[in-house]
Design a protein around this ligand. Structure first.
Ligand SMILES: Cc1cc2nc3c(=O)[nH]c(=O)nc-3n(C[C@H](O)[C@H](O)[C@H](O)COP(=O)(O)OP(=O)(O)OC[C@H]3O[C@@H](n4cnc5c(N)ncnc54)[C@H](O)[C@@H]3O)c2cc1C
Length: 380
C-alpha cells in the first residue's frame, strides 16, 4: 500500500486543475444561469485527452485508468459540477467497455475519447429509477433488427448525444426479473427517436438532461451490447459500480471547492473588528469540512484503485458514493453559511455549489439505495 501519488498522477491533477480554472471559471456562472451546454469546453477538453481519459490507449483514450479519471473529475468539480459531469463523464461507455464485444469497443470508445461523438446512458424511465429492473422500454426482434418502443427520463447528454446505451426489455417471459433486460446502442438520429430537453433543474444547469421517447425505432441486432440477451441488468450494475466512484469524486471536488472558497472568504471578511476566521465557530466549520473531505477522498482513491485492479466491491462503492454525497451537501451548506448573506446571492459561487451538491445524493443511485445495498450485504 502506497499513499503517494506518482509524478504522472500529480501532473494529471495539475493539467486538469489548470484546465478547469482557465476554462470553467470565466463561464460557469453564465452557463448555470442560461442552462447552456459548454460545447466549446468539451471540444478543447477532447483535444487535451481529458474526455474519457480512463479509456485504455488501445481504444483511443489517454489510459489513465479509473483512478486517473477520478483525479480529473475531482479537479473539474472543484470549479463547477455541471461542467465537470459532462466533460469527465462518458455515459454508457463504461458498459461497452465492461460488456461489449471487441468490435463495439473499437467502434465506440475511440469516438468518444477523441471527441468524435457524445454518449448517453439511458436507464431511468418516468416510472422506474431506483428499481432498474422495472424498466418497460421494449425491444422486439424483427428480422435483423430490434424495434424499440418506450420512454426514458432524466438522461444526461440526451439532447446533445450521438448515441445512447439504452436499457430495454428483450426477454419479458424470463421467470427471473433480472434476466429480462438487455443494453442496446441507439443512435440519436434514428427515425422515431424524440428528445425533449428538461429545463429548470435546481443545479448542474450547464449539463444537459432530457426525456427521450422511442417510437418503432429500428436498430440492427449488432447494436446489442455484448453477444447475448438478458445481460442488461448486470451490465447496468457494472456500469454503476464504475460511475458511482466518479460521482463520489465529483463530491470530493465540490466539497474541496466549497472549503477553498470559504477559507479565502473568512480571511477577508471582518465582523466585530476582526476577520471572521478568528472566531472559533468559523474554525470549527472549516475543520469539520476538512475532516469529511479527507475521509471521502480516501474512500474514492481506494475504490478507484480497486476498480483499476479489477476488484469490484459493491459495498465499498456504495459507502463511497453515499459518504461523498453527504460530504458535498454538508460542505456546500457550511460554505453558504460562512459567506453569510453574500452566500445566498448568485454572484458568489457557493450558492451554485449548494444547489449542485444535492444531485450527488440522487443520481447514480439515491442515498437511500446506497444504504439499502450496504445493509443488505451486511445482513447476508
Ligand atoms: C439531473 C439528473 C441527471 C440524471 N442523469 C441520468 C442519466 O444520465 N441516465 C439515467 O438513466 N438516469 C439519470 N438520472 C436519473 C436518476 O438516476 C434517478 O432520478 C434516480 O436513480 C432516482 O430514480 P427516481 O427519480 O425514479 O426516484 P424513485 O426511484 O422513484 O425514488 C423516489 C424516492 O424513493 C426512494 N426509494 C425507492 N425505492 C426504495 C426502496 N426500496 N427503499 C427505500 N426507499 C426507496 C428513493 O431513494 C427516493 O428517495 C438523472 C437524474 C437527474 C435528476
Amino acid at each position: 500500500m502506497d499513499f503517494e501519488l506518482t509524478d504522472e498522477q500529480k501532473m494529471l491533477i495539475e493539467t486538469a486543475g489548470d484546465f478547469a480554472k482557465n476554462e470553467f471559471t470565466p463561464v460557469a456562472q453564465d452557463l448555470d444561469r442560461e442552462e447552456k451546454y459548454p460545447m466549446e469546453i468539451w471540444k478543447k477538453a477532447s483535444e487535451l485527452g481529458l474526455i474519457g481519459a480512463w479509456i485504455p490507449e488501445e481504444y483511443g483514450g489517454a489510459g489513465v485508468g479509473f483512478f486517473g479519471n477520478a483525479l480529473i473529475t475531482e479537479q473539474f468539480s472543484k470549479v463547477d459540477l455541471g461542467i465537470s459531469l459532462i466533460i469527465a463523464g462518458t455515459f454508457g461507455c463504461e458498459s461497452i467497455y465492461w460488456g461489449g464485444t471487441e468490435e463495439q469497443k473499437k467502434k465506440y470508445l475511440p469516438l468518444v475519447a477523441q471527441g468524435g461523438a457524445i454518449s448517453a446512458g439511458a436507464f431511468t424511465e418516468p416510472d422506474a429509477g431506483t428499481d432498474v429492473a422495472g424498466v418497460r422500454t421494449r425491444a422486439v426482434k424483427d428480422g435483423d433488427d430490434y424495434v424499440i418502443n418506450g420512454n426514458k427520463m432524466f438522461i444526461t447528454n440526451g439532447d446533445v448525444c450521438d448515441f445512447m446505451v439504452t436499457l430495454c426489455v428483450t426477454n419479458p417471459e424470463n421467470e427471473k426479473r433480472y434476466k429480462r433486460q438487455s443494453l442496446i446502442i441507439v443512435e440519436s438520429d434514428r427515425k422515431g427517436v424524440t428528445i425533449t430537453k428538461i429545463h429548470g433543474k435546481m443545479g448542474i444547469r450547464a449539463s444537459d438532461t432530457a426525456e427521450i421517447s422511442f417510437e418503432d425505432v429500428r436498430v440492427p441486432r449488432e447494436n446489442l451490447v455484448g453477444t447475448s440477451e438478458g445481460q442488461g441488468f448486470y451490465q447496468a450494475m457494472q456500469f454503476f459500480d464504475t460511475t458511482r466512484i466518479m460521482v463520489a469524486a465529483q463530491g470530493v471536488g465540490l466539497a474541496q471547492g466549497a472549503l477553498d472558497k470559504s477559507i479565502d472568504y473568512v480571511k477577508e471578511r471582518k465582523a466585530f473588528g476582526a476577520p471572521i476566521a478568528t472566531f472559533q465557530i468559523t474554525q470549527q466549520k472549516l475543520a469539520e469540512m476538512a475532516i469529511r473531505i479527507e475521509a471521502t477522498r480516501n474512500l474514492v482513491y481506494k475504490s478507484a484503485c480497486y476498480l483499476d485492479q479489477g476488484k469490484v466491491d459493491p459495498i465499498l462503492n456504495a459507502i463511497t458514493k453515499y459518504y461523498a454525497g453527504e460530504t458535498a451537501v454538508f460542505c456546500a451548506n457550511y460554505a453558504v453559511e460562512l459567506h453569510g448573506g453574500y452566500g445566498y446571492i448568485d454572484e458568489y459561487d457557493v450558492q451554485r455549489f449548494y444547489r449542485d451538491a444535492k444531485i450527488l445524493q440522487i443520481y447514480e443511485g439515491t442515498k437511500e439505495a446506497e444504504v439499502l445495498t450496504i445493509a443488505r450485504r451486511l445482513l447476508t
